[in-house]
Design a protein around this ligand. Structure first.
Ligand SMILES: [Zn+2]
Ligand SMILES: [Zn+2]
Length: 144
C-alpha cells in the first residue's frame, strides 16, 4: 500500500494541492477497490473525523478528473471508485449482489473491440462490462 508520502507526491504530480481530505480519500480508494461513495466517506471519516459528504464528493471529482482515481458505474448500480487507472481493464459484475472484480483487457489498450461499422467516427474506447453471477451467489442458488 502507498504511504502518506506517496499520496502527497501523487497529488503534487497531478498539480493538486495536498490537503488532508484528499490524502484520506486517496488512501480509502487504494485500500477499498471498487468502493462506493458511502464506504469511502466511512473510511475517510475514520481517518479524519469530521468530513462532510459534499467534501468527499468534491475530492472524488477532483481526483477523478486528475486521473488519480477511476470512476465506474455499471448500469443500475451506484458509482464505484478504484485506484487502478490507465490500463483499460474491465469489470465483471454480479447481477445478484453487485460484487465487482477486475478483468484485464485482452488487448491491453483501448479500444479493444473493433466496431463493425464506426459510421465514420474515430472510436477511442469500447466500454465492456461482463455481467454474471459471482461464486458466492451461485453457491447460494444451488438447491438444498
Ligand atoms: Zn453475487
Ligand atoms: Zn477495477
Amino acid at each position: 500500500m502507498p504511504t502518506t508520502a506517496d499520496y502527497e507526491r501523487m497529488l503534487r504530480d497531478a498539480d493538486l494541492r495536498v490537503t488532508r481530505p484528499r490524502v484520506a480519500v486517496l488512501d480509502a480508494v487504494h485500500r477499498l477497490p471498487h468502493a462506493d461513495t458511502e464506504s469511502i466517506i466511512g473510511a475517510a471519516r475514520a481517518e479524519l473525523g469530521d468530513l462532510s459528504h459534499q467534501a468527499v464528493y468534491d475530492v472524488l471529482r477532483a481526483l477523478t478528473s486528475a486521473d488519480l482515481v477511476r470512476r465506474i458505474q455499471p448500469s443500475g448500480a451506484v458509482a464505484r471508485y478504484e485506484s487502478r487507472v490507465g490500463d483499460n481493464h474491465h469489470h465483471v459484475v454480479c447481477r445478484s449482489c453487485g460484487a465487482i472484480a477486475d478483468v484485464d483487457c485482452a488487448v491491453g489498450h483501448a479500444p479493444c473491440l473493433t466496431a463493425s461499422d464506426p459510421h465514420g467516427f474515430t472510436v477511442d474506447e469500447a466500454e465492456v462490462v461482463y455481467w454474471g453471477v459471482c461464486p458466492a451467489c451461485s453457491t447460494a442458488r444451488l438447491p438444498q
